[in-house]
Design a protein around this ligand. Sequence first.
Ligand code: CA
Length: 246
Amino acid sequence: MSNVANASDPTSPAMTSAGKDERTVVIVEDDPNIADLVDLYLREAGFRVLQAAGGERGLELIIQHRPVLCVLDVGLPDIDGFEVCRRIRSTPATAALPVLFLTARDGEIDRVLGLELGADDYVTKPFSPRELVARVKAILRRGVTAPAAEQTTFEIGDGIVIDVARREVRIGSGPVALATKEFDLLAHLARNQGIALSRQQLLDGVWGADWVGDDRTVDVHVRQLRKKVGDDLPLATVWGVGYRLG
Ligand code: CA
């Protein structure tokens, strides 16, 4: 088993003021060839890399080392990547950890894009390791965008509150559980209330300019938002353009 942590030097990590390894990435992948390849490219890009060959071990590493991102295979020998992601999201200390899924089949992609998982991005096997590193960097760039003075609470429609700082959506007093990208999309629309945004603008603003995907991604997430937030969400489809909130 290669699920022993192999950080370059875990005894002297670069620490931020928050006291966590600054640029550690955890790879959870049971195929050692894929894990080592991703490991190699991420190290070349300057990351500290820890590998786990199973889901449980991956969760341990994430709790212990507080990585900036997790590369997560779906098919794992113990608990699958979906369950790993669910546990990451349901643990307050790791709930905001970006997750990049490695998927093998179309069916997996649909689930990754789908409901409650909160994946930040995915690549489909076989993938280019360079592309994967580009995705990792894009996700991390998106994570450091909110200036302190920015408005962080938006009220839309009839009593729907979007609290960007707490990453929370409430209707009345009840919270609405959204996946990471669903929340990001709603927050982006809220920052641009009253403005019709094209799907491309939404892709750029939410997924980042480096995202390689198609408009369907936006539509899928809009559909989920409408389903989860409900009929009171004042999110209009603007024919020939895209979407407008409020
Ligand atoms: Ca696998």
